[in-house]
Design a protein. Structure first.
Length: 237
């Protein structure tokens, strides 16, 4: 476990912790294989190239519209607005088909179930704030058995704004009836850090996520945990 530079706001110089908000992709779940599959299927339908899972890990972040834009920017040939709209729609359809057909490969990272269950048992309110569509997030959390510990899910379509705007975090906290000074965000990217800072929420990061291709260990967060299984001990120290 490593702590961020001293100039970052401390985890303990705040109100009593009542809620923890988690990012989904790259923090709770490794979903890169499924995102790659859905993206490639949509691209092939339009006669475009495909990506490896390693390449897609660098494209993930800020939601499906950004994923599509980044993918098209790396492929040859122009793409009009109709192409983008169709790619987004077909991506969502292929992604849902992976789930419905039981083909999905998404898995919780090591320590996630342990961390969530321990925090839940301590009476903390737990939320998930993701730029993924809410229905897709809720469905995936249920399929992987993590929903039993989660009180609220806010998706990229739940608010007018997406992360890194603070609105989704504040929306989740309002639903949980918790003040920002009593909350913690856990994420893997600059998007999460910016959203948390703007919302006035402390931020802990994991080093294994996507972060739009940049090293997550460079994030200016309040602390790092190697796995979410370590988070309860950090908060109790």
């Amino acid at each position: 476990m490593s702590v961020a530079p001293a100039e970052q706001p401390g985890l303990h110089a705040r109100g009593a912790l009542r809620a923890v908000l988690f990012d989904l992709d790259g923090t709770l779940l490794d979903t890169a294989a499924d995102i790659t599959s859905a993206l490639n299927r949509a691209l092939v339908e339009q006669g475009r190239g495909t990506f490896t899972t390693a390449q897609v890990r660098e494209l993930i972040g800020r939601g499906v519209p950004s994923l599509i834009e980044r993918a098209l920017a790396r492929l040859p040939g122009p793409a009009g607005e109709a192409d983008r709209a169709l790619l987004q729609r077909r991506f969502h359809e292929h992604y849902q088909q992976l789930h419905d057909g039981g083909e999905f490969q998404a898995r919780a990272y090591p320590g996630v179930a342990q961390g969530l269950s321990t925090l839940f048992a301590r009476g903390l309110r737990i939320g998930v704030v993701t730029n993924k569509a809410k229905d897709a997030a809720v469905d995936l959390l249920a399929r992987l058995g993590l929903n039993q510990w989660i009180h609220v899910v806010v998706g990229g379509d739940s608010c007018v704004q997406r992360k890194p705007h603070p609105q989704p975090l504040l929306f989740a906290l309002e639903a949980l009836q918790v003040q920002p000074s009593q909350a913690l965000m856990v994420g893997d990217s600059q998007v999460d850090v910016l959203a948390a800072r703007a919302a006035g929420v402390a931020i802990v990061c994991v080093p294994y996520g996507y972060n739009e291709g940049a090293d997550p260990r460079s994030l200016a967060c309040d602390a790092f945990v190697e796995t979410l299984g370590e988070l309860p001990a950090l908060l109790a120290s």
